[in-house]
Design a protein around this ligand. Structure first.
Ligand code: BEZ
Length: 220
């Protein structure tokens, strides 16, 4: 079965987590959700990632986004591991749930298996997958990293900002965009429409093709 990808609806599994059992769609509700997996509890890179997610909880909350971690060990192991995570970054609290997936049923269906990593019993381990899921329960963006590469949580916040801008206005964010930078107007917006939609104005790059497709504007 092909794994979960952009545009797919996240399956509505009932999951067991450090914050109790719930169905994924109920957890999403009307929010964005950052669903992120880890190869295993009590491992070094994962510990640093979960710490940083805890430290950035307020940034996600401000953007109407909830965090949902996943590691394939059981809930008891997760709860013991959280003590290490919180001790490593004093002041940060893991307030988000972490899914347990000891039978690997969830990681297989969510496209979160690392083909190169197995535990000591030969069972598959999760990759560092991360899906940003929209309030419509569909995947908006996915990262897939191997166990050896920790993710950049600033980049997760940046792409969430980009997704939310694109959802609000008919715009896209160009290379290396960061909040406050100009955005580009989507190619399917005509110049007439653009004048109405962006009363603040826009500039058009003068290109050899003389095609006016690279149009910059500023939005809040
Ligand atoms: C880590 O989190 O450091 C890790 C986990 C599994 C394999 C390699 C590294």
């Amino acid at each position: 079965m092909p794994g979960l990808t952009i545009g797919d609806t996240v399956p509505n599994f009932e999951v067991e987590t450090t914050k109790g059992r719930f169905k994924i769609h109920d957890f999403i509700g009307e929010n964005y959700v950052i669903l992120f997996s880890h190869p295993g509890d009590f491992t070094p890179v994962c510990t640093t990632e979960l710490c940083k997610m805890a430290a950035y909880s307020e940034e996600f909350h401000k953007r109407g986004a909830k965090l949902l971690g996943l590691s394939c060990d059981d809930v008891h192991s997760h709860i013991e591991w959280i003590k290490d995570i919180e001790a490593y970054t004093p002041g940060s609290k893991v307030t988000y749930p972490i899914i347990a997936d000891p039978n690997r049923e969830i990681i297989k269906q969510l496209n979160m298996v690392d083909p190169d990593e197995n535990d000591s019993n030969g069972k598959p381990l999760p990759s560092r997958a991360l899906h940003i899921v929209g309030p419509d329960k569909r995947v908006k963006l996915s990262f897939l990293y191997p166990a050896s590469t920790g993710r950049n949580i600033d980049e997760v916040v940046r792409v969430l900002d980009s997704l939310q801008k694109a959802a609000k206005y008919k715009v896209a964010t160009p290379v290396n965009w960061k909040p406050g930078d100009p955005v580009v107007i989507s190619p399917n917006v005509s110049n007439d429409e653009a004048r109405d939609m962006f009363p603040q104005g826009y500039t058009t790059a003068d290109l050899p093709s003389k095609k006016h497709y690279l149009r910059f504007t500023n939005v809040e």
